[in-house]
Design a protein around this ligand. Structure first.
Ligand code: GLA
Ligand code: GLA
Length: 667
């Protein structure tokens, strides 16, 4: 990544789809954009069918006028390549580019993002239209950045068609150096006599009678992700060739459960990281998921500023109930992202559609038009972000705590026929993150391969498949005085999902000084008590402790009498193992002990739960963001110049209920 930021201040705007509206509406659009302080819009994401209505027949005049109009009004453009929505004629001419599911059913056209990522036809046409757009608009003064496709892998992260099958075989030949016996060994095909005599016999993991081969499943996840990474690389290469002066991004979906793409593999291909985030509106703790997502995105961005490419002003139409945001929530959500490192808050979409699949999804300009509380909130948000312009380019203060996650581990952890359906990869990570949020302790959420220098606490939740060498790196953290915490179902297997033998968890056995002999997950809804009063859920195991101290043992349940929490002293630090999913209170208690051992304090003391505090730092100044998700005003022990409401706070400040505070502080 080499960020060339597309706006002067904080980026503010959204997806702009003028082709949905008669041209007279465009004049009102730009007037309202100016009123709201919009400085960046994403254009053309789904416009291929409008730009090329017949093969080789282009209709650019409307887009020429849109870009000119935006430029005349001082609004920058994040121009999209339109591959997310191939035109109807292309689908009809090449139905083989439509994806096929694991049951062999071929999808039909009529929605979007419906193409096989291995289709050479799609690739050729996507690169052709990208080049045509780059040549026509690359020097247009409105254009600031490229938006490659849209949410790659969002709707069909995998395709099981024959073209994909052939590509999968090629991918496997490379991975296993043309040695089919290496594949047999990796996939454990001796089990159920699945031995392959040649790569030509291998298929994608289509629907089968019972449990599929886990090695095949895991490699297919990797292959499918790589196919989209290749697509991104191919489009980016064309854009860089024609317009080397323009930065390239693509909008990630680091949110909720989405994990079809290994984003860590894509960050070298983009100049800046952008993310789409939709709050799960029915979740009262959705704000905490947003914070977790934003921290993950910052980790992917290597701590550099990133961009919220899309979020919602209010209702999200694809959720079962399109719950509207409450008072102040739009501002809080946007500033949560900015606090956690975003230098822009964009939305889907500028003007709420009157027709089509997403007409009930909120926009910046709602159906009611300018005279609406929602548009006034949008104008207020634009003004607030305008007052925060000086924050742009600063970074979130480096945390002393790191929490590791990894998409490959996620894929592997959730394969079929595992010890319990109750282990969900992200559960433990989110619980730990939430405990830190409640304690007001900053955390960097990092890809598991990221350097760990300087971190004093490293948390390793449910890292079922650990990257090579991680155990040694964690040992080094502890040896220099750090605290390392590994939880259940980590380090279980090698890169092919083959169990590491000799006692669990194979990858971390020496680091932790424990030796698990049998896994003993809990029955549905089961809970266990530990002899220090803690409560565990989901998991227990029966282990001995050859080289660690027992901190707490299971007092009841299937592993009664066995160690549950252990600590191995390493140098000046320690490596902890937690063999159950502690409930929230017990998680907070354990983390309290670990943080105290490392001497890690909250950013600001005694902040009430439900109030987020984050600090960004730049040359000569720091900005303290406080966001209050509770019904009560919160007093915090912080001073500085209030960039939102104005004025100076000395000797403490109040964050209003449901409100925000941003303080500039001298460094
Ligand atoms: C059945 C099958 C075995 C094995 C066991 C345990 O009995 O015959 O091959 O799969 O179940 O799952
Ligand atoms: C995604 C897509 C947008 C839109 C929004 C809202 O983020 O990228 O095109 O569909 O969701 O649903």
């Amino acid at each position: 990544m080499s960020a060339r930021w597309p706006t002067e201040g904080i980026a503010f705007g959204g997806d702009y789809n003028p082709e949905q509206w008669p041209e007279e509406v465009w004049q009102e659009d730009v007037a309202l954009m100016r009123e709201a302080g919009v400085n960046l819009v994403s254009v053309g994401i789904f416009s291929w069918g409008e730009l090329e209505p017949e093969e080789g027949v282009y209709r650019f005049e409307w887009l020429d006028r849109v870009l000119d109009l935006l430029h005349e009004n001082g609004i920058g453009v994040d121009l999209a390549t339109p591959s997310a929505a191939p035109p109807v004629w292309l689908h009809l001419k090449h139905p083989e580019m439509l994806p096929v599911d694991a049951d062999g059913l071929r999808y039909t056209q009529g929605s979007r993002e419906s193409w096989c990522p291995s289709s050479p036809v799609l690739r050729e046409h996507a690169l052709r239209i990208a080049r045509v757009l780059a040549e026509r608009y690359g020097q247009h003064p409105a254009v600031r950045m490229w938006h490659v496709s849209n949410e790659l892998a969002c709707h069909n992260g995998r395709c099981w068609c024959d073209v994909s099958a052939a590509a999968f075989r090629d991918w496997l030949r490379t991975r296993y150096s043309d040695d089919v016996d290496a594949l047999n060994l990796a996939w454990g095909t001796a089990f159920w006599g699945q031995r392959y005599a040649s790569f030509d016999q291998v298929l994608p993991p289509r629907r089968t009678t019972t449990i599929p081969n886990p090695g095949q499943r895991l490699d297919f996840e990797r292959f499918s992700s790589d196919a989209f990474v290749d697509h991104l690389a191919a489009e980016a290469a064309v854009l860089r060739e024609v317009t080397p002066h323009l930065p390239v991004t693509t909008n990630y979906m680091v949110m909720g459960e989405f994990h079809q793409l290994d984003y860590a593999a894509t960050t070298p291909l983009v100049d800046l990281v952008s993310n789409d985030h939709y709050l799960w509106a029915a979740d009262p703790d959705g704000w905490a998921e947003l914070a977790f997502s934003a921290d993950r995105v910052r980790g992917l961005a290597g701590g550099e500023p990133w961009l919220v490419m899309e979020h919602s002003t209010s209702a999200v139409n694809w959720q079962p109930r399109n719950l509207a945001k409450g008072p102040g929530q739009l501002l809080r959500n946007s500033l949560q992202h900015v606090a956690r490192g975003a230098d822009g808050a964009l939305f889907f979409q500028w003007r709420q559609s009157r027709a089509g699949a997403e007409k009930y999804h909120s926009g910046m300009v709602p159906h009611a038009g300018r005279d609406s509380a929602l548009f006034r909130d949008v104008v207020d948000l634009g003004a607030t972000l305008g007052r925060l312009a000086e924050v742009r380019g600063s970074v979130v203060e480096r945390a002393r705590v790191a929490l590791l996650w990894d998409t490959q581990a996620w894929w592997a952890a959730e394969l079929e026929a595992h010890p319990t359906v109750d282990v969900r990869y992200l559960d433990q990570a989110r619980r730990l993150h939430r405990a830190l949020l409640d304690a007001g302790v900053a955390v960097d959420v990092l890809p598991a391969t990221a350097p760990l220098d300087g971190y004093e606490v490293v948390l390793v939740p449910t890292l079922y498949l650990a990257p090579d060498g991680l155990s040694d790196r964690l040992e080094a953290v502890a040896a220099r005085g750090g605290q390392v915490v590994v939880t259940y179902f980590s380090g279980m297997v090698d890169e092919h999902d083959r169990v590491l033998l000799g006692g669990y968890p194979g990858a971390f056995r020496d680091l932790l000084g424990v030796r698990g002999e049998e896994l003993a997950p809990l029955p549905d809804g089961g809970r266990v008590t530990l002899d220090d009063g803690s409560v565990g859920e989901v998991w227990s195991e029966r282990m001995t402790v050859p080289d660690a101290e027992v901190v707490a043992s299971f007092a009841d349940g299937p592993s009664a009498g066995f160690p549950a929490v252990t600590r191995r002293d390493v140098g000046d630090g320690a490596a902890w193992y937690v063999a159950t999913r502690l409930d929230p209170a017990s998680t907070s208690a354990l983390l309290g002990t670990v943080l105290a051992a490392a001497g890690v304090d909250p950013l600001v003391p005694d902040v009430p739960a439900g109030v987020e505090v984050v600090r960004r730092v730049g040359d000569g100044a720091a900005w303290l963001f406080a966001i209050n998700h509770t019904d009560d005003d919160a007093r915090i022990d912080a001073s500085g110049t209030d960039l939102v409401a104005g004025g100076v706070h000395d000797g403490g400040a109040t964050v209003p209920a449901h409100g925000v505070l941003v303080l500039r502080q001298d460094r």
